[in-house]
Structure formats: structure tokens, C-alpha cells
Design a protein around this ligand. Structure first.
Ligand code: GRE
Ligand code: ZN
Length: 335
């Protein structure tokens, strides 16, 4: 069975070098560096994340993956606050990835990175990336400096995505420091816990689930009914709470045309991001349906040899496996 995964990352050594100038040079930056050093063994090697060629293909062949849809990983130029630099570096990152994808167009496809600080330019870059460079959508990593994308200033980006009929992947990213400190910090815990709890251990997943809910509550899907979002990690907790939100939040969200769960099931696709749990898979099918699940492995943050086998061996119908493995994504991304 054909398998396509869509939350797979790369980074460019050239862009990483240029990004150094945007890193804050204060006490927080020093602390950030400490945490980064501590979690280093959680992070992929440069060899793995920078390669979009033989090394990645070898992993894909060994783990049964036919195609990866690749996006910029952490450290993406999306976060740059200077509009000119953001526009320049995002364009450069997109061109570099497009060029790498072109060398193996049957094995790789891509999601673009966008200079969100200047949404009109981000919309233009999305159009250029899709029409001229062959990208299949965009991936937004976290918030923009603590600002969620339901803020009306970002509307042009989503309007363009809907117009081009391409999805936007709302991926987790570093959460606001005040939130991280309030929920996830405890001086009595080991530093490593203080580094992972607010990030990949829980915090940025909660943040990303809230992000999708904020998009729904903003009413954007009434304005752009064909806008499609993708949410990783089996929907970042949200599928568990659809009934509760319909009852409690839906009752007061009279500005919305539909129930929260209806938007979720119609406008959002969820992916495993390498969390290969049969319980989650069964629940996701029951809750949002096999038509709204797409496969993903989160390479190279996770490099699980069982990526292909998990889906192939799952106790679900062959029809659902095909939908999740490739049919849904082929339709959504027009592959
Ligand atoms: C991810 O893409 O899921 C990711 C990062 C950075 C660190 C860990 C991680 O982008 O899982
Ligand atoms: Zn990821």
C-alpha cells in the first residue's frame, strides 16, 4: 500500500546561519541556550534534518514511505519580525526546498514557509510558492511571537490559501513565555522537565489545539468555507472534547453558523505525527472519520522504522488504510 506522510521537516544550513542574527542577546537567550543544550539529544542531527536526498530516501525505503511532504522545521524564518528580512529569507528557504524536491519529484513534495509578519506579502509568497515552485500548501509553526493566526491581520494568508485551494498545516511552536512559566515551570523539577513539559512533552500541543479552536471561533470558516487546516498529533487534544465544546462553547458562540464539531469535521484534517497508537487511530476514525485523517511521521524529530508498518498492520479496514495512507492526501493536495 502506498503511504504518504505530511509532517516531515527539513532545515537549511544557509538559512540557519542567517537566522543567528535574529536570536535575542539577553538573559532569556542564555537560558534558552541552556535548555537547548539540555534537550540536544532530543533533536535531530544536522545530517538528518538538512538532507533532502539519499539519507532521507533510505529511511523512507526502510520504513515503507513512498512520499514525504516536507516543511521547514524549528528555526524557520517565519518567525522573523523584520518584514524585509522575513520576506527575503522565507523566499530563499522556499526556493532551496523547491530545488531539492525537484530532484526527486515522485518522492518529495513541500509546504511553504511564510513571512507572516507582513500578511499581504505572505499571501503573495504563498501564491508564488504554489504556482511557480510547485508547493502544495503552507505550514505555520506556532504563533507569530505570541499572536495567534485568528487575529484579523492574518486574514489575507488564509484567504489566499482558500482561493488557491491549498491547506495550511497549523504546527506547534514555542509557546509564550508567560504561559510556559505559569503552567509548566517548577524550580524543584529537573531542568530537562522544565524544558520538555512546555514544549514537545505537552505545552506546545495544548497551544496548537487551542490555535485550531481559535480559528474556528473566529468565524473564519463561515467567511472561507473551503479553507482547510491540518492539525498534527491526532488533533492536539481537540477531538476528545468536541461534544463538550458543542454543548458549552457552541451554546454561546451564536456568531457561528455551525457547531464547533461540524467545522472541525469539515475543515480540519488530523495526522498522527509519529504517535503510533492504535487506540488513538481507532478513536480518530470514530470521532472525525477516516476521510479526515492523513498520515505523518514527524521525520526527523522522530525516525521510527515502524512508520509504514503501523498503518499497514492496524486493525482497521483496508479501505480506511488506503484513505489515511494516500487517498485523502492525494485529494487534498492535488498530488
Ligand atoms: C516537531 O516538529 O514536532 C518538533 C520540532 C522541534 C522539536 C521537537 C519536535 O519542530 O517534535
Ligand atoms: Zn513536526
Amino acid at each position: 500500500m502506498k503511504i504518504i506522510t505530511i509532517e516531515e521537516h527539513f532545515s537549511s544550513p544557509k538559512i540557519s546561519e542567517k537566522m543567528k542574527q535574529f536570536q535575542p542577546k539577553n538573559a532569556d537567550a542564555e537560558k534558552d541556550k541552556d535548555v537547548k543544550a539540555l534537550i540536544k539529544h532530543y533533536l535531530p542531527t544536522n545530517e538528518d534534518i538538512e538532507d533532502v536526498g539519499a539519507r532521507r530516501l533510505k529511511f523512507m525505503d526502510e520504513s515503507g514511505i513512498d512520499m514525504q511532504v516536507i516543511s521547514y522545521g524549528s528555526g524557520s524564518p517565519q518567525g522573523i519580525a523584520d518584514p524585509k528580512m522575513a520576506i527575503e529569507l522565507c523566499a530563499e528557504a522556499n526556493e532551496e526546498l523547491a530545488c531539492l524536491i525537484k530532484q526527486n519529484p515522485t518522492r518529495f513534495a513541500g509546504f511553504t514557509t511564510l513571512p507572516v509578519v507582513y500578511p499581504v506579502a505572505a499571501a503573495a509568497e504563498l501564491e508564488r510558492a504554489v504556482k511557480d515552485l510547485g508547493f502544495k500548501g503552507a505550514l505555520l509553526a506556532g504563533t507569530f511571537q505570541g499572536k495567534f493566526f485568528d487575529d484579523p491581520m492574518f486574514f489575507p494568508i488564509f484567504e489566499k490559501a482558500a482561493h488557491l485551494n491549498v491547506p495550511i498545516y497549523l504546527h506547534p511552536g514555542i509557546i509564550d513565555k508567560k504561559v510556559a512559566d505559569y503552567y509548566f515551570k517548577n524550580e524543584n523539577w529537573p531542568n530537562l522537565v522544565n524544558g520538555i513539559f512546555p514544549t514537545s512533552g505537552f505545552g506546545w500541543h495544548m497551544d496548537s489545539g487551542i490555535h485550531v479552536l481559535r480559528m474556528i471561533l473566529s468565524g473564519i470558516f463561515d467567511k472561507l468555507p473551503n479553507l482547510k487546516l491540518i492539525s498534527g498529533h491526532w488533533g492536539e487534544f481537540v477531538p476528545f472534547f468536541l461534544e463538550r465544546m458543542d454543548e458549552e462553547l457552541g451554546a454561546v458562540a451564536s456568531h457561528l453558523k455551525c457547531k464547533i464539531s461540524q467545522y472541525y469535521k469539515e475543515n480540519v484534517y488530523i495526522t498522527p505525527s509519529g504517535i503510533f497508537s492504535e487506540t488513538q487511530l481507532q478513536f480518530a476514525i470514530a470521532q472525525v472519520g477516516a476521510d479526515h485523517i492523513i498520515y505523518s511521521g514527524d521525520y526527523p524529530y522522530l525516525m521510527k522504522k515502524e512508520t509504514g508498518d503501523f498503518l499497514k498492520n492496524a486493525s482497521i479496514s483496508e479501505e480506511d488504510k488506503a484513505k489515511i495512507g494516500h487517498l485523502n492526501v492525494e485529494k487534498l493536495l492535488n498530488l
